[in-house]
Ligand binder design. Sequence first.
Ligand code: UT7
Length: 329
Amino acid sequence: MGSIKAIITGVAGYVPDEILTNKDMEKIVETSDEWIVSRTGIKQRHIERDPDKGTSDLAVGAINKLISQTGLKIEEIDMIIVATVTADYPFPDTANIVAHKIGAVNAFGYDINAACSGFIFSLVTASQFIQSGMYKKILVVGADQMSSILDYEDRTTCILFGDGGGVVLLEPSEEGHGVQDAVLRGDGAGAEFLHMKAGGSIKPATVQSVEAREHFVYQEGRTVFKSAIKGMSESITELLSRNNLTQDDIDYLIPHQANKRILYGVADYIGFPHEKLLINIENYGNTTAGTIPLCLSDFQDKFKKGDKLVLTAFGGGFTWGAVLIEWAY
Ligand code: UT7
């Protein structure tokens, strides 16, 4: 018998029905389908229009699909972690609301805010609870209703993001598969390049902060672009090297989907073949914490037991990292 590892035993994604195409964006801001596709790879994004719905509903949508795929019994769920920057409320945490909405009466949970790296940070956090033997069934959600924090007058950000998310079920296994290792990093010096200016304790909401449009995503795109390629590439290189692996040993690279040019930039930086790079940004845009579970969900039919996957992300904070997992089914 080997040591306990946390394996993914199910994955599901969820996006709202309504689609905003690049042609629709042309009617909202001064942009073009050609500019968006050539600079980002994005063709459309999904948007939640119902004013009564929030990130917890994206999570519940994904969890309901997971339950129908896996037969998971809700009362067996021990813990729910929700990675998000668009919590339903500043408090309480979205995980608590999700547990209530699905009737997970034996679960506790909390949110992790690590922006676009939120899902991988949460996956690694949850895997420790499994490896220690403390819990047996943990839902790790990555979901963001980005439309709630986008300035639809700012063409440099509003075309990039969409609403959506996904969930994985983590369970223990002694077969050696599952979460193997991770390189996780953060640097608060990057905060100024990607953040929301108001609404926190430094600058609580005021009439002036609303009028100054400070409750939306603020990004200095070029700096984030360059830092993202460097951060993801270096964390993958470190992860592979300390596990005595090369690019040839990895079956698939599943990167956070922020910009197709960033993804090819990472692959080229580390010499990784483009065929093994999984990309679905054209359908959803950047769903922040949602992109990696959405990608795992869309491509899960490709994965075979024992396949080695590297998940990698970079986002606000700055936060970044890479996780090595072995697919378990
Ligand atoms: O997930 C979190 C991490 N976020 C990211 O990883 C995003 C990182 N950054 C990026 O993906 C890219 O920097 C962007 C897609 C945001 C921008 O692409 P870029 O190639 O870096 O363009 P740029 O910001 O250097 O702007 C080039 C030009 C500018 O015009 P001028 O000053 O050259 O006349 C912009 O005003 O493109 C203009 N521009 C646009 N034009 C049409 C910016 N946004 C748009 C737009 N439509 N939507």
